[in-house]
Design a protein around this ligand. Structure first.
Ligand code: PAF
Length: 285
């Protein structure tokens, strides 16, 4: 595996691949790689001949008071894991390389409305930071395919919308959420949980799974289902921000005849903010 930190060297290698007719997949990450990320890498290998993983803890997607300084940075371990999984290039730029003029007055990419609801309401500016850095990565790598985790479902919908609106010719693929045996979605932020909190955290998944089952059983009182989900999280001492049933394609409110839904939730537990979601494919009733 080739570890590259500057854009021009990266472009030279990718140009050579392109001249040889090889396709390229990009897996953007912020490092601290776990099984979930490694599955995204495997998926990338299935879709392209060359795989680039980017590792950049993007300051513009953290707002003041968030965990940017404390975000777990484990470069040496990450490099070993990626080298074992046949990644061609690890692109690990500095902040100066990504934002040469600083980020105060940078060119920003914003997917309006979608970026302001749910996680965007709790973390103002977060998604603008995500779209601004991912747009740069798409311009730098020009991948045929980019792979993101389904766990950050709102991020996925926003990035698809960005690529479509800006005519970026990249196919965005979602990697399924990896879970601990307890049902808890794997996340770099799970390490903020105490032993006691680790026991309560999987409720977030079981509340989603029960809600999905009720939808599959024909229940269509969305307001009631959302209220039940919130109650369940409160009962397990989590502090939920939202528990919402939405159209999977664009997060708009569901209709009685909706077919593809997503149930999304976010909750605080101690120092951690946990997010999770499940998809629901409904049969016509
Ligand atoms: O999902 C993440 O880890 C980040 O939001 C991403 C897509 C790598 C952009 O910094």
């Amino acid at each position: 595996m080739n570890k590259i930190t500057d854009i021009s060297s990266l472009r030279k290698v990718i140009d050579n691949w392109r001249q040889a007719g090889e396709s390229v997949a990009l897996v953007p990450t912020m490092g601290n790689l776990h099984k979930g990320h490694m599955n995204l890498v495997s998926l990338a290998h299935e879709h392209a001949e060359r795989v680039v993983v980017s590792l950049f803890v993007n300051p513009t997607q953290f707002h003041p008071g968030e965990d940017f300084a404390d975000y777990p940075r484990t470069l040496a371990t990450d490099v070993r894991r990626l080298a074992r999984s046949r990644v061609d290039i690890l692109f690990a730029p500095s902040t100066e390389e990504m934002y040469p003029e600083g980020s105060e007055q940078m060119t920003s990419v914003s997917v309006q409305a979608l970026s302001e609801i749910f996680c965007g309401a709790a973390r103002p500016g977060h998604f603008d930071g995500v779209t601004s850095v991912v747009c740069r990565l798409f311009n730098i790598v020009a991948p045929d395919v980019a792979v993101f985790g389904q766990k950050d479902y709102q991020q996925l919908v926003i990035l698809r919308r960005m690529a479509s609106d800006l005519h970026i010719p990249v196919k965005i693929i979602a990697g399924p959420t990896q879970r601990e045996k307890s049902g808890l979605a794997m996340s770099s932020r799970n390490q903020y949980l105490s032993k006691e909190e680790q026991k309560a955290a999987p409720t977030i998944y079981w509340a989603l799974a029960d809600c999905r089952q009720q939808l599959l059983d024909g229940q269509r009182d969305f307001d009631r289902l959302e209220a039940e989900g919130l109650d369940r999280l409160h009962a397990a001492s989590l502090d939920p921000e939202f528990f919402a049933i939405r159209e999977a394609a664009d997060l708009s409110p569901p209709q009685a005849d909706s077919r593809r839904l997503v149930i999304l939730t976010a909750a605080r537990l101690g120092a951690a903010r946990l997010i999770d979601n499940v998809l629901v494919a409904l049969e016509p009733v």
